[in-house]
Design a protein around this ligand. Structure first.
Ligand code: ADP
Length: 361
């Protein structure tokens, strides 16, 4: 390959538009990207003045940048925007620098970067942030009145008997359902904004698991929950409330996705300063193609088995966020029609505890 062909390849494969312009403002070199950016489809543009070749939109700015390059030796990045004939808005970042030709003449090299994608990304990020802020705000506003309704229904139900008591029980159950949805919304927005802070303390992990198992057992009489845990476990430095949320979420999913009932086995082990909890069910199972997506937010398996089972697809995303924040790991193993096992491993004393623990705002 000749050196010329080699350099032409480099020029043509860069994602920027590049032009080399003479002192007389004529185009000496133009790569394909620059031709596409300025809608020039004729290679005979080479040798012509830029004023004749460029479309109206960017013409003035480009001439100014070329002149500045010859006058100052360079032109700093300038962002320009113009409307193409097709009605599309183009945004370019243009800069210039001087080079010297083989005959010793100064030439201006003009580099054009397409900023449209970057702007679009910024806009989407901003919209996403606005959406998260809005969700966060609404969730906060809904939480207080719902907590009041729930507390009053509970009190009123304790004062009466018969059918009205049942009605109030339903009101309370529905409030609880909405409150747990709101909790999920707040959790996910904290995770997204990086505000999930851990409040670490020395926790008896075994007792925490027993509490969670008891809680789930009390409202799922179709399932048999068994717990296998060593008598002696090292104390764990974890965020008690958040790890409780992790264990409860795995247990509640095991119940939810075993609609026929059956055994749910919880096995706790401790080895080399690592604590592990495995929750196994004999439920509907998960097809292998879904496994790697389960921890993405809003991901739900859509299958005949899951239809009719309520959920938001946020639980496992939050669970993973909490486990990651503890420098732990979560794994899933499943067979359709046989059941699923989720295993969480946590360092008994995570590396993060070396820094002082942060309280949640
Ligand atoms: P949700 O249960 O609210 O839909 P999750 O994030 O907790 O959300 O779970 C995501 C998806 O993973 C669920 O929709 C379900 O399809 C699947 N899944 C989770 N746990 C189990 C389980 N124990 N057995 C079968 N499928 C499960």
């Amino acid at each position: 390959m000749t050196p010329e062909a080699y350099y032409r390849q480099i020029l043509e494969t860069t994602s920027n538009g590049i032009l080399v312009i003479s002192r007389a403002c004529e185009i000496l070199e133009i790569n394909r990207n620059a031709m596409a950016m300025f809608n020039i489809d004729d290679v005979r543009a080479i040798g012509k003045p830029i004023a004749d070749v460029l479309p109206d939109g960017p013409r003035e700015a480009l001439i100014r940048i070329v002149e500045e390059t010859f006058d100052e030796g360079f032109a700093l990045n300038e962002e320009i925007a113009y409307w193409e004939e097709t009605g599309i808005e183009i945004e370019l970042g243009i800069s210039g620098s001087l080079i010297v030709s083989d005959t010793g003449q100064p030439l201006a090299t003009v580099i054009c970067r397409d900023m449209t994608a970057k702007r679009e990304l910024e806009r989407l990020r901003k919209m996403d942030q606005l959406k998260s802020d809005y969700v966060n705000k609404v969730a906060h506003e809904l939480r207080n009145p719902l907590t009041t309704i729930q507390a009053y229904s509970e009190t009123a139900a304790s004062m009466i008997e018969g059918e009205p008591k049942e009605f109030l029980g339903t009101v309370e159950d529905e409030c609880n359902r909405m409150l747990s949805l709101i909790k999920e919304m707040l959790n996910i927005s904290r995770l997204e904004s990086g505000k999930l802070k851990l409040t670490l303390s020395e926790v008896d992990f075994g007792a925490l698991v027993v509490q969670c198992v008891e809680q789930v057992r009390s409202h799922s009489d179709q399932h048999t929950l068994s717990l296998d845990s060593p008598a002696q476990l090292p104390k764990a430095k974890i965020d008690e409330d958040k790890i409780k949320e992790v264990v409860l979420n795995l247990l509640e999913n095991a119940v939810k996705y075993s609609p026929e009932g059956g055994e749910i086995r919880v096995v706790v082990t401790a080895q080399d300063q690592m604590l592990s909890i495995a929750v196994s069910d004999c439920g509907i199972g998960i097809e292998s193609e879904h496994l790697r997506h389960l921890f993405e937010k809003f991901y739900r398996v859509d299958s005949p088995g899951t239809r009719g089972i309520p959920g938001t697809g946020l639980g496992l995303a939050i669970t993973k966020g909490i486990v990651d924040a503890h420098a732990g790991s979560i794994q899933v193993d499943s067979e359709v029609g046989q059941g699923t096992t989720f295993t969480v491993e946590l360092p008994a004393v995570p590396a993060t505890t070396q820094a002082p623990s942060n309280r949640e705002p």
